[in-house]
Design a protein around this ligand. Structure first.
Ligand SMILES: *[C@@H]1O[C@H](CO)[C@@H](O)[C@H](O)[C@H]1NC(C)=O
Ligand SMILES: *[C@@H]1O[C@H](CO)[C@@H](O)[C@H](O)[C@H]1NC(C)=O
Ligand SMILES: *[C@@H]1O[C@H](CO)[C@@H](O)[C@H](O)[C@H]1NC(C)=O
Ligand SMILES: *[C@@H]1O[C@H](CO)[C@@H](O)[C@H](O)[C@H]1NC(C)=O
Length: 239
């Protein structure tokens, strides 16, 4: 209802908007329309949360002009390729498109989102190799790319995400082994990798991750001994 009201409001006042709306949260309302372009008429809008509805279609190209910092479209039925409009909202700090039906590769233009702090692309149908451009998102502290159908190995460039605290790569169809460059991620508190295909390896080198509290390495074809250094990880509570 709230949403319909907003839509009507937009349609009848399609002249310039001086409406100082900063946050708009319309989650879990069973909305099943496609995404309206009219949100672009809210020049002050920073946070848009449309999570857990039944929104369909893709993201309108007009959204490229928005200056959002936080956008959640989690848990909808959005589909098509990774939306180009999103790669142009360079102000984004937080982006979640988890749990939709997006498909195809992650575009290299995602590198435009240099301010990103948290990114969640989990539970879509993304495919292909992770683009090297992702390495440029060096401010990431949180990244989830679970439950997709990527190809190739987990790339070496993950070592560029030096601020990362949570990294979740479960069920993403990657080939093993876990790259040795992972040892550089010393800020990790929560590391979860599962279901790697192909090449196995000995235990990856995690001894510098002294802040680890959760570690999941399930079905990663790791063989050999569990290293001794875990006894020095004073925050580790789930392994
Ligand atoms: C959404 O739909 C479900 C099932 O029909 C209903 O139980 C729920 O109350 C609806 N929620 C809203 C906010 O309308
Ligand atoms: C917006 O995202 C930033 C970066 O992840 C986060 O610190 C902030 O709490 C979010 N704002 C709100 C209101 O959720
Ligand atoms: C990364 O974050 C810092 C503040 O935490 C900010 O000053 C810097 O501009 C950001 N880097 C990029 C590339 O946006
Ligand atoms: C993943 O992609 C491969 C081809 O690259 C395909 O054979 C396989 O069926 C896909 N798996 C799923 C779960 O979609």
């Amino acid at each position: 209802m709230v949403f319909l009201f907003c839509l009507l409001f937009f349609y009848y006042c399609n002249t310039s908007f001086d409406y100082e709306l900063y946050f708009l949260l319309i989650s879990s309302q069973n909305i099943s329309t496609s995404l309206p372009t009219e949100f672009t008429k809210l020049p002050y809008l920073q946070l848009l949360d449309l999570s857990r509805n039944y929104l369909r279609g893709t993201i309108p190209p007009e959204w490229a002009t928005m200056r959002l910092s936080n956008l959640s479209l989690m848990g909808n039925r959005l589909s098509g390729r990774f939306p180009t409009a999103l790669t142009k909202i360079a102000t984004l700090l937080y982006l979640s498109i988890e749990g939709n039906r997006f498909s195809g590769p992650i575009p290299k233009e995602i590198a435009n989102l240099k301010n990103l702090d948290k990114l969640d692309l989990s539970s879509n149908d993304f495919t292909g190799h992770l683009p090297a451009a992702l390495a440029k998102l060096t401010n990431l502290t949180y990244l989830r790319i679970c439950d997709n159908n990527f190809t190739g190995k987990i790339p070496n460039f993950i070592s560029q995400w030096t601020q990362i605290e949570r990294l979740d790569i479960q069920g993403s169809s990657f080939e093993g082994p876990i790259p040795s460059s992972i040892f550089a991620l010393t800020q990790l508190r929560d590391l979860r990798i599962s279901d790697l295909k192909g090449g196995g390896s000995t235990f990856p080198s995690l001894e510098n991750m002294l802040k680890l509290s959760i570690l999941v390495l399930r079905n990663c074809l790791i063989h050999g001994k569990i290293p001794n250094y875990f006894k020095d990880m004073m925050y580790l509570n789930t392994m």
